[in-house]
Design a protein around this ligand. Structure first.
Ligand code: ATP
Ligand code: MG
Length: 220
């Protein structure tokens, strides 16, 4: 939390101390301050979400939703970010409806956090894939990347709040270590939990199960 505050503070004070009169740096500093404040906003939202889920202030809103459609929306939002890093972002599942019983907003958050990590921690030229395994009772969603991977001794701890494998590495990417804690809490609210498999230097695969909608209550 301190990093974006100090950064924004620094830019604004430098402007007040006279830089505001320098046409060349004015716009640049304002943009940087705005970017830090945007980051702060995300961080505060994450902290709020976590504490609300933990205190039970957020009730899950279960509905019959199309997980494929939801995943498509999430993937679309990351197209630009992936393209900038020259990462191939793929959604498998053949455009078929996948009916699950879940909270749309919250599962959107889960997928957003997992896809965001997959792109963040995958070097240029890599690949990130979202795929599904539709079973009788459950649907498993996989988020696979060809990224740097996670050392085995860290695997059991990455879902803890503020936990980051490589603090310097994450800071450079602006991470706080809340994304996976939120994922874990939301999935708990769905009687589920995230799983991870990872090979250092090769990539990671995160997955989670959701209950399939029962055909009789599917409404279609
Ligand atoms: P935030 O999500 O709050 O912006 P963050 O990405 O650092 O910050 P988490 O999403 O909770 O935090 O992830 C925790 C740590 O797990 C990361 O800092 C990173 O070290 C590791 N990690 C998560 N996903 C991956 C991945 N797909 N590949 C490699 N490392 C990962
Ligand atoms: Mg993250």
């Amino acid at each position: 939390m301190k990093t974006p505050i100090f950064a924004a503070q620094g830019f604004v004070h430098t402007l007040l101390d006279g830089a505001v009169n320098d046409k060349n740096v004015r716009g640049k500093f304002l943009k940087k301050a705005a970017k830090s404040l945007d980051g702060l906003d995300v961080l505060v939202q994450d902290l709020l979400t976590l504490s609300q889920i933990e205190t039970g202030d957020i009730k899950m809103r279960f509905e019959h939703i199309d997980l494929y459609k939801l995943s498509h929306e999430v993937i679309d939002q990351f197209e630009e970010k992936a393209a900038k890093k020259n990462i191939r972002l793929k959604l498998e599942g053949g455009n078929h409806k996948i009916a699950v019983y879940a909270d749309w907003q919250r599962i959107n958050q889960v997928l957003t956090n997992l896809v965001s990590n997959a792109i963040n921690y995958t070097p240029e030229g890599g690949e990130v894939v979202v795929s599904f395994d539709v079973g009788k009772k459950n649907v498993t969603t996989f988020i696979t990347d060809t990224g740097e991977g996670i050392p085995p001794q860290h695997l059991s701890r990455i879902f803890e709040r503020f936990y980051r494998v490589d603090k310097s590495r994450s800071r450079e990417k602006g991470g706080t270590g809340l994304g996976l804690a939120i994922v874990k809490h939301i999935l708990e609210g769905h009687n589920s939990k995230p799983e991870v498999e990872s090979t250092l230097g090769k990539g990671s695969m995160f997955s989670f199960k959701l209950q399939r909608s029962k055909p009789e209550s599917d409404g279609e």
